[in-house]
Design a protein around this ligand. Structure first.
Ligand code: MG
Length: 388
């Protein structure tokens, strides 16, 4: 029996994680849960999964939650410290971090420092603080297990292989909801159009990041920290059916791929049950029905954010943290209808260009850089709004 604490249990990955727990009552149990402010959903989860502690990031709604679950004997913690408390729970064996954005950094560190294995769905914590997180995880002797489908695929291909035998990693991308559009058409799309992902059902922020392909850029950095491969040996190819999740090329030229139906519950389940496998209540891959699989190189004219991500990765230090935090602000503003789709790239480019890169070997400069980037991006959003 493994006990899991889920940070962000009311979001898309968190709810899928609870489906996995529900499917395996003899193998998995919930220790703690958290939400940003979706307290109705959390109250239902508390009733079904009986965690000992839950956290609400938005303190203003905590009293309402306490009222809803009064008498259940569940402790309600709040704010950032509340998330860290859930990350540290004594009874948890593993913490699944499915928070969105840089809010995931400190809870990840809290889990590692408490000796918990960490299943990472919050890629931003590795993008921004990968150096600190991987160093501390190694020191604490805890596993960092990817939940992102591509990284789970690489992780599985590397089982029993020596890292030094890996020559290149290719992460696949579906191409996102705007893959059929020209650069000009893309610049003016609405939030509604950009939220219609063809193959993956995900949260709003990561869906917009998939439309810009910045998500894939973040995944390149995530893969770098998880697998110790330099980013110039991590490539991206479009595979529109989202059936092939990665290609791992070894020094002898052999390429290993991982195929499955595109459902994030597979990667979540593997992260929780690793090194064991359990049957998954999902449809199986039918290769004959899939038919042809094609790979193509992404076009940087249409997806300049991907090139910007490689640029930030090359700058290193705090540059990826700045890109990631500025993107949180830009995407929120796009979803709120304040800026155009094309403005996301111009904001990010400007924020990265105006950042003075610092070393990211300690958490303080990382958190200062994320705060600076949020302010700078918010300023640029405001300029665009005023400019009409
Ligand atoms: Mg992914």
């Amino acid at each position: 029996m493994k006990r899991v604490s889920i940070l962000g249990s009311t979001g898309s990955v968190g709810r899928s994680c609870l489906e996995v727990v529900r499917a395996h009552p003899g193998a998995l149990r919930v220790a703690g849960l958290s939400t940003h402010r979706s307290i109705e959903v959390l109250a239902r989860q508390v009733k079904e999964f009986e965690p000992r502690v839950v956290a609400v990031a938005d303190e203003a709604v905590a009293p309402a939650l306490r009222e809803m679950i009064g008498g259940a004997g569940v402790e309600v913690a709040t704010g950032g410290p509340g998330l860290e408390e859930v990350a540290r729970l004594d009874e948890a064996d593993i913490v699944l971090n499915a928070l969105v954005g840089s809010a995931g950094i400190m809870p990840s560190l809290a889990a590692i420092r408490a000796g918990k294995h960490l299943a990472i769905a919050n890629k931003e914590c590795l993008v921004a603080a990968g150096e600190v997180i991987t160093r501390e995880a190694a020191a604490a002797g805890v596993n960092l297990i990817p939940v992102d489908s591509e990284h789970s695929a690489v992780f599985q291909c590397l089982k029993g292989e020596r890292r030094s035998d890996v020559d290149r990693i290719t992460l696949t991308a579906s191409g996102g909801p705007l893959k059929a559009m020209t650069a000009g058409e893309m610049a003016g799309v609405t939030a509604e159009e950009a939220l219609k992902h063809p193959t993956w059902s995900m949260g709003r922020k990561v869906t917009i990041d998939s439309a810009t392909l910045l998500n894939k850029g973040f995944e390149v950095m995530e893969a770098h920290w998880l697998f110790g491969i330099p980013t110039d040996r991590i490539e991206v190819l479009i595979e529109k059916k989202s059936v092939v999740h990665c290609l791992v090329e070894f020094v002898d030229g052999v390429v290993m791929a991982l195929l499955s139906v595109p459902d994030m519950k597979l990667a979540i389940q593997y992260a929780l049950t690793h090194p064991e496998r359990l049957p998954a209540p999902l449809p199986r891959l039918d290769p004959a029905a899939v038919g042809g699989i094609a790979f193509e190189k992404p076009d940087y004219d249409r997806f300049p954010c991907l090139e910007l991500a490689y640029h930030a990765a090359g700058l290193g230090g705090t540059a990826p943290a700045v890109l990631s935090s500025a993107d949180e602000v830009a995407v929120e503003s796009f979803l709120a209808g304040e800026i155009k789709f094309g403005d996301i790239y111009s904001i990010l480019k400007e924020v990265v260009a105006s950042h003075r890169v610092m070393a990211a070997d300690d958490i303080d400069p990382v958190m200062r850089a994320t705060a600076w980037a949020r302010d700078r991006a918010a300023g640029l959003v405001e300029e665009i709004r005023r400019g009409g």
